[in-house]
Each structure stands twice: as C-alpha cells, then as structure tokens.
Design a protein. Structure first.
Length: 456
C-alpha cells in the first residue's frame, strides 16, 4: 500500500492486518488477506489490528454472481457481496480472483472494475492499480485485490469482474474476506469472515445463441404496446439468453448525450441499424428505436457473444403514439392514465391507488401526461439523445378529454429524458366522471380505453 496516502488520512497501520478488518482506515488494508493459497492463514489474528475471530466458509457472506456457477470467458459481469452480522455497524471487504492452476504469485484471473469511489483495486505489490503504468498491475505483481476505500454501513459491495479471455484458464476461485465491526477500536470488536466461490468456464465459450420469442418484440407495454414502432420510441424484446447480465444503462455510458448501443456485449439491430440499449436481462431487453427505419415490416435481431438471434418482425412507422398507462393503473377493470400536477401529485380520483397522492382535476387545471412514439419534432432531436432543448410536435397534434378538445401548452420531448414526450394539458369544461383521454398526430391515434377522472 502507498504509505503516504495512509498518513494523509491520519492512520498508522500494522503490516499483515486482514484488509477487510480495517474499517477505521479509509484507504483499506494491504494486499494478500483474502485467505487464498499462499497468503498468511493467520490474517489479522497475529497482528495488532482486529483480532477476529476468523470464520471460514462463513454464512455471514453471500456471494452473488450473475453467471451462476460458471463464467463466460472475456465477458464482464457483476458481483454483489453481502456481509451480514447482527452486531456490526461497519463493514469492509477484500476480494481476489485466482486461477486454480499456475504459480501462486502470478495466477491472477481476469480483472476487477470498481463501480464507485468507495472501492479500488490494489496490486500485489501494494500499489493502487490506477497509479501503475497503463493502469494495470505490473507483470512482477499481477495479482489484483479489490477492496473498500470507504467502510460500508450496509455490508453490501458491488463491482464488475471480467474473466480470463480463454477457457484454457480453467476453473477460477473467488476469495472473499470481510470484516464485520461493532465500531469499537482495534483490535477488539470485529469478526473476520471468509468465503470462496469456484467458477468453471462455460461449456459454450461464446455463450448461447439468443432467442427471441414468437411475437416477442413489442412497443413499450406501459404505453399501449403493439407491433408498430417509430424512431425514438422504446421496444421491448422477450426471449431466452438475450444477455448474461441484468442492468440498465448508466450515465457514464452516454457519449456527448448519446445513449449506448452495447451493454455488456448485448446489441440489437432494428432494420439493420444499431438500437440504443436501455435495459438488459436474460429474458428481456428494452431498446430505443434508431432513426432511419423504413415504414414497413422491419427485422429485429439480438446479437451477443453467443451469436445472432433469428430475426423477428415489427412494423416501422412515422408515428406510433402511446400514452403512459401501465397495468398498475388498472383499477376495477378500467385503465387510467398517468397524469400529474406540477407539484407531483397524481391527477385522478382521490385514493385511486394505495400509497399514491391523488387530486381530482377540475376544468382549467393544468396536468402533465407522458407519451412515446409520437415521432419527429421541431427542431429535430435525434433518437437516443438526451433532450436538452424545447421542441414541438406541430399543428397536427390534438388531445381530447371526454371527447372535448383540450388546450396544450407544451407538446414535445421531455427535457433531460431520452425519447419521452411531455404534454402540458389544460382540462376542458366537462361533467364530472371518468373521461377517455385520446391524443392524435397526423391522423394516428393513441390507444383507446384510457381514462382520467375529473371533477367540476
């Protein structure tokens, strides 16, 4: 470890202390305390740091790995480590990944990626990997240790791991050491927990070919669903083996405001053009439809390290509008729209849905309704882009509530979102009751049977 950084934090630390035990030291412990072969089996118990006790194969550690009991060579996935102890208030961790074959000093397996400043990677020479030339551990000290830089109050730690690129690396063991501390000063007040997870290379090195279910590509179900899609709208894809990880896009994956087209090596093409990948999981993908699609039946294909899926068809359209009305807003067999006042309260019958604050709108009230798939605006905003300016859908847009045309004070893409439309609507003069909400643009209407309860 870089000693001057410890001094900067005002701590003197004993060499040989199990890294995850040192919650009091913000920068974390020395390398080599995970319990892997060749490391000091006594860990911290032989030093002046926390003195244990050490529990091996501890039930207080849960290792969650997206790949199950195997790894896909070269395919990055996520670890979540949960440390539990009824008396502890602070937790620390150190993890290493070691090939089960090869010299102990050089049998590093794959590479770790921290997800936040609360964790960092240490090389076996006690230097931070980020400070090493090229940002990689040197050949003379190749073993990586990912550990806390700040102790956790929850005991939950998440990070990514990219396995070795080839199956020839063989089985890999993940070594986890954790400290559950009561918060008292060292050496008392801590439990040292250790656990391992053995992973085998996947029998299918490139993964399994993705498979889209029959009829498994539909526009966003919360906005009406259907098989017609417009550029900038969201498409839901259902099937098997569509991805090896489960997550949504992150802010750091946008480049110049543009959404990513690849999440964890899962990609989607629509009409031969790369879609923007919002959410991935083995059974479902959510993507944003790219610009330039044909107004005709077009192919949707999912590509992963396991290959490309057989194509399925959806119908491209200039406009394929839908308004936000999810299944959670079905009450008494009737579908209600998601509409809000400017203060965040929902517009509709009071107490319509338990746990949500509703206020019944009256004529003249201003409400906000959301939509997808309404198509091009002025000025044009490219698909997959975070909206940063005001836009307008033009004069062919109409909205009616209870069959009465309603004025709209804004009808365009919602600022700071990707592909989401916002409509600032003035409730027209109506009788009280459930009113159907319909929008229309270029003669294309949103889904029918969506209601708003109004007062007068």
């Amino acid at each position: 470890m870089i000693r001057n950084r410890w001094i900067h934090f005002g701590a003197a630390i004993a060499v040989g202390c199990l890294p995850v035990l040192l919650w009091a030291y913000a920068i974390g412990p020395d390398a080599g305390k995970t319990g892997a072969p060749g490391e000091d089996p006594a860990s911290c118990t032989s030093s002046s740091c926390h003195n244990g006790p050490i529990t091996k194969d501890a039930s207080g550690i849960e290792i969650l790995w997206e790949g199950g009991s195997s790894y896909q060579p070269g395919f990055k996935q996520r670890f979540t480590i949960k440390v539990k102890d009824g008396a502890a208030v602070r937790y620390g961790i150190q993890v290493s990944a070691r090939a089960d074959s090869g010299p102990l000093q050089t049998n590093q397996a794959g590479s770790f990626t921290p997800l936040s400043p609360d964790m960092f990677v240490l090389c076996s020479n006690n230097r931070e990997r980020s400070l090493s030339p090229g940002g990689v551990c040197p050949a003379t000290a190749p073993v990586e240790y990912i550990e806390h830089s700040t102790p956790s109050a929850t005991g939950e730690f998440a990070f990514d791991w990219t396995p070795p690129a080839n199956t020839s690396a063989g089985s890999v063991t993940i070594y986890v050491a954790a400290n559950a501390s009561t918060g008292r000063n060292a050496p008392q007040g801590a439990k040292i927990l250790q656990k391992t997870l053995k992973l085998q290379p996947s029998a299918a090195p490139g993964g399994i070919q993705p498979n889209i279910s029959a009829g498994g590509a539909v526009s966003a179900s919360a906005f009406g669903g259907g098989t017609k899609v417009a550029a900038g709208s969201y498409l839901e894809i259902f099937g098997k083996d569509l991805a090896l990880a489960t997550r949504s896009w992150r802010g750091d994956e946008f480049v110049n405001g543009k959404a990513p087209t690849n999440l964890e090596n899962t990609q989607v093409s629509i009409d031969g053009k790369p879609a923007f990948v919002y959410f991935i999981s083995p059974g479902q993908l959510n993507v944003v439809v790219p610009d330039g699609i044909a107004e005709a039946p077009i192919q949707v294909v999912v590509k992963t390290p396991g290959g490309s899926s057989d194509p399925v068809l959806v119908t491209g359209a200039k406009r394929a509008p839908g308004i936000l009305a999810p299944s959670s807003f079905i009450v008494g067999g009737k579908q209600y729209v998601v509409a809000q006042f400017a203060d965040g309260a929902y517009a509709g019958k009071e107490s319509l849905i338990a746990g949500l604050s509703f206020r019944t709108p009256k004529p003249g009230d201003r409400i906000i309704i959301y939509g997808l798939g309404f198509g091009a605006t002025s000025p044009a905003i490219p698909a997959g882009t975070i909206t940063s300016i005001a836009s307008d859908l033009g004069s062919t847009f109409r909205v009616s509530i209870g069959g009465v045309t309603a004025a709209t004070e804004y009808k365009g893409l919602a600022p700071n979102f990707v592909g989401l439309y916002q409509f600032n609507v003035v409730v027209p003069n109506l009788q009280a009751g459930d009113q159907e909400v319909l929008m229309e643009i270029d003669g294309v209407k949103t889904q029918s049977g969506v209601y708003l309860t109004t007062a007068n």
